[in-house]
Design a protein around this ligand. Structure first.
Ligand SMILES: *Cc1c(COP(=O)(O)O)cnc(C)c1O
Length: 377
């Protein structure tokens, strides 16, 4: 059978099993232990963050981040519409209401101008400012995060940064996930590194990290019996999963380098193509990890993104349409939306290409040849 070329497959470095074996030997098969501590240390070192709490999922990280920001019933939270549902679902877990903001054309992420417009407008309509802002670094591409932070500071609204896809991405030399008051990372199976399932919350200081840990471990008060003053969650990462994470941290930079290389191969192959544009870092300030390489088709393209997806599928190649914006999802369609049509347009014209770090140059060439053939009829 022909080899199947996947979008983004988990890619083990080799030492993951060693950390798991050690955990078994020492009976650390629990949601705490040396691997969890070591994984957090390595994440801190890599991102230059001072306080990172390892959790069971990126979604859990966003949930606890918003909880720490005081988001509660009836509050409004401003969220990038062009994203995965996990960016915004935690807003609803807390009984709050999302307000969606469209993307700008350079980074494909939250549009700072629309963001400020929405802040002013929500204050007018509801009498109070939104409680938090959730920008996302989609596909690893940094958002215009300096402008977002400047607006957030101006109106004193804290930022919950969704860096689930952007571990290793830099804006102006600084790690995505470290700009907001809180930053969420994900280690789900298809992300840049995996712990099979897991996430982390980057926190502003030791005290808040301790509080996050408290909520993540069922909010047990410090007494000799179980005593609860708050609702807690079971969100801590297991020591086994963290073992995989420790092994993955050893190869993270290599894997990012490879994803950037793959993006370079696509860029070179489609340079000057009449209908295809490979999404690029908008300027020197942006340094995407290129978790996924993405393309858009021009308006006069004779084939659609979905036709290319189907053609690739016929050749055993997985690709995926871009995220369908939240403001047109059935579950969120009644939420307020501030937009100009950018994210819907991207959704209509865009495609994610196989980008996993274990893919060979030959695999990428197979993808490229197949895409080019779609235009040769
Ligand atoms: C994957 C992802 C999440 C959620 O992370 P999980 O670890 O799967 O819970 C959140 N936001 C974005 C943008 C993601 O891609």
């Amino acid at each position: 059978m022909e080899k199947r070329i996947l979008l983004s497959l988990a890619h083990m470095g080799g030492n993951e099993q060693k950390y798991i074996d050690e955990a078994f030997k020492e009976s650390w098969v629990v949601p705490l232990g040396p691997n969890v501590d070591e994984f957090e240390r390595r994440l801190c070192k890599f991102t230059k963050a001072k306080n990172v709490v390892a959790l069971s999922a990126g979604t859990a990280a966003i949930h606890l981040g918003l909880l720490m920001l005081g988001v509660g019933p009836g509050d409004e939270v401003l969220c990038q519409s062009f994203t995965f549902a996990a960016s915004v679902n935690p807003v609803k877990y807390l009984g709050a209401n999302p307000v969606f903001i469209d993307s700008e054309k350079d980074s494909w992420n939250i549009d700072p101008e629309l963001l400020e417009k929405a802040i002013i407008d929500r204050k007018k309509i509801t009498g109070k400012y939104p409680k938090a802002i959730i920008p996302v670094h989609l596909y690893g591409m940094p958002a215009k995060i300096d402008e977002v932070i400047a607006i957030a500071d101006k109106y004193e609204i804290p930022v919950m940064e969704d860096a689930a896809e952007a571990l290793g991405s830099l804006y102006d030399g600084k790690a995505c996930g470290t700009f907001g008051k809180y930053g969420a990372l994900s280690f789900n199976g298809n992300k840049i590194i995996t712990t099979s399932g897991g996430g982390a919350l980057i926190c502003p200081d030791e005290e808040s990290a301790k509080r996050v840990l408290f909520y993540a471990t069922q909010a047990r008060e410090n007494r000799p019996y179980y005593y609860h003053e708050h609702i807690g969650y079971n969100y801590r990462l297991s020591n086994i999963s963290a073992g995989i994470g420790c092994g993955q941290m050893e190869v993270l930079q290599e894997h990012i380098d490879r994803r950037r290389q793959i993006h370079g191969l696509y860029t070179e192959a489609f340079k000057g193509h009449k209908y295809i544009t490979v999404h690029q870092n908008p300027s020197e300030k942006y340094n995407s990890n290129f978790w996924l390489s993405t393309i858009t088709l021009s308006n006069d393209s004779p084939v659609t993104a979905d036709e290319i997806r189907l053609l690739l599928a016929e050749h055993n190649i997985e690709s995926r349409l871009l995220w369908r914006p939240m403001h047109i999802q059935p579950i969120y369609k009644d939420c307020p939306f501030y937009g100009t049509g950018v994210s819907e347009d991207l959704f209509n014209r865009g495609l994610c290409l196989p980008s996993g770090s274990s893919l060979t140059d030959e695999d990428i060439n197979t993808v490229i040849t197949c895409i080019k053939s779609a235009f040769e009829k």
